[in-house]
Write a protein that binds this ligand. Structure first.
Ligand SMILES: [Zn+2]
Ligand SMILES: [Zn+2]
Length: 275
């Protein structure tokens, strides 16, 4: 059983086109796992792509947005007193489209807005086959661009939490030491902006088989005072709270003394269990 008080702040529903199960089953799993909070954070519609490129297998359609918000609100009411169900969204950061994203975020009152950089230099950085991109476009170039965008995401002020901080490693392509300066700039930007980062077990289920962010980066974030929170990036009910024994140990080893919960976009720090 997990220590009490933990959240899972990164959970998808069927609307993203690549997750399965009823939303209610995710909540039930969170309760069974002993979590205190679950935030649904489906992908915002792909506002930064032309309409014919908005693949419904990657993010909810625009016409699903209102029913998504309504469903999560309904679950929050229904489960009140048993578990806190938070309303969230995983929002892509896309340079130059900040106003358009603000328009989407203004359409609901969120508990938590996740900021994600998936779209890098004109394509997905985390799609199957992205290893070929690294070979073609250069590992250093893509990592550098990724961290540049991540720093901008922190600074734009639209996000509460930066997700999967070292996402480009997903298929096992590691950052060269030459991009340390870009990584440092992203860490500093998160610290300045007061953005939290998630310690995510999702990476354990990917080819890289490693938590996001890796311990060296997580230690640097924590040393700079960046709040951490916990998430699974669940795409199925069984993945809610998945791997938390490992993510908790990972956070402790990186020097974390506290974690944050977030309600109505306000962060509250709690002592990290077991330290
Ligand atoms: Zn993501
Ligand atoms: Zn996600």
């Amino acid at each position: 059983m997990l220590p009490p008080g933990l959240p899972d702040y990164h959970v998808h529903t069927f609307r993203c086109g690549h997750a399965g199960g009823e939303s209610r089953e995710f909540v039930e799993r969170a309760i069974a796992r002993g979590l205190a909070e679950i935030a649904f954070t489906d992908h915002v519609p792909l506002y930064f792509l032309p309409p014919d490129k908005r693949d419904p297998r990657l993010a909810m359609r625009e016409d699903q947005f209102d029913e998504y918000v309504a469903e999560v609100r309904g679950l929050a009411r229904e489960y009140e007193g048993r578990i806190a169900v938070r309303i969230g969204i995983e929002a892509d950061y896309a340079e130059g489209f900040e106003d358009r994203l603000r328009g989407w975020l203004d359409r609901a009152e969120w508990d938590v807005v996740l900021g994600s950089v998936h779209w890098v230099a004109g394509d997905w950085i985390d799609a199957p086959g992205s290893s070929k991109r690294f070979a073609r476009e250069g590992v250093e170039t893509l990592y550098r661009e990724y961290y540049r965008l991540l720093a901008q995401a922190a600074e734009c002020g639209l996000f509460d939490v930066l997700t999967h901080f070292d996402l480009p490693k997903k298929y096992g392509v590691r950052a060269p030491s030459a991009v340390l300066d870009a990584e440092s700039a992203a860490i500093a930007a998160a610290a300045r902006a007061g953005c939290a980062v998630e310690v995510s077990s999702a990476g354990l289920r990917k080819p890289v088989a490693e938590i996001y962010p890796e311990s060296r980066i997580l230690s640097r974030l924590i040393a700079q005072g960046v709040p951490i929170t916990f998430s699974s990036d669940a795409h199925a009910p069984a993945e809610v709270g998945w791997g938390y024994e490992q993510t908790l140990a990972h956070a402790r080893e990186a020097g974390a003394r506290s974690f944050a919960t977030i309600e109505k976009r306000i962060k509250i720090r709690h002592p990290l269990p077991g330290v």
